[in-house]
Design a protein. Sequence first.
Length: 259
Amino acid sequence: MPLSLRLSIADTLTLGNATCGFMAVYFTTTGILIPHLSGDASGMARNSAATAVILMLCAAVFDLFDGLVARKLRSSPMGAELDNLSDLISFGLAPAYFVLVYGMVARDAHERVAAVGAIVVLLAVVLRLARFSCVTVKDGTFQGMPSPFGALTVVSIVLLELPFEATLLAVVGTAWLMVSRVEYPKPRGVLAVAVLGWIVSAMGMLAAWAFDAPGGQALLQTGCALQIVMAATIPLFATARRVNTFRDNRREARAAQLP
């Protein structure tokens, strides 16, 4: 095969990411939307909702490791494009569709308004991935909330079962963070291990909730709340750091002007 068409190990992991995202859409449709439309179930089906979110978490694991493998081994010429397209499926389409279905099955939701929120999430990921391809930022950081982190925050907001208005505002706020200029650290070294540990813990919480284990509902609410708190806290720390840096630069400039 031509060199440009050969898949590396990292590319295979990236395709696993895309597969998980597609299957998340599949389970959201067959396990939540279709039963609701046919009258077989009311509200969101636990097992299918948990499966869809676990698949998004698996996609985040593939996304974490394909970058690590690409740096250690090699990536094909298609690597960057495959990564963006896979991220669009798993962290753009899948969570946006999850929000859309939520608007169709939740009792206090408004379908058309939820559709607007879903479109906002999808477009935010599209814009973020496009900007990532053409804007250079300093090493070790992302500009704007990373799309995997944003997708998991969006589904955490939905699963927390807040009032519809609060849910939609939080979803739109998350979409804004993805296209903002707030700096987020890249998951490398200890941070990558911490991210992986958090993903595994979230899978456990979702499984306990899906199988109605004792305390499963409390575990799910705790995990979703922690995800949302992290999403809100990191921008505050980043903003505070930028303000302090700006103040330090002004002090140095004033000191340099003194005779």
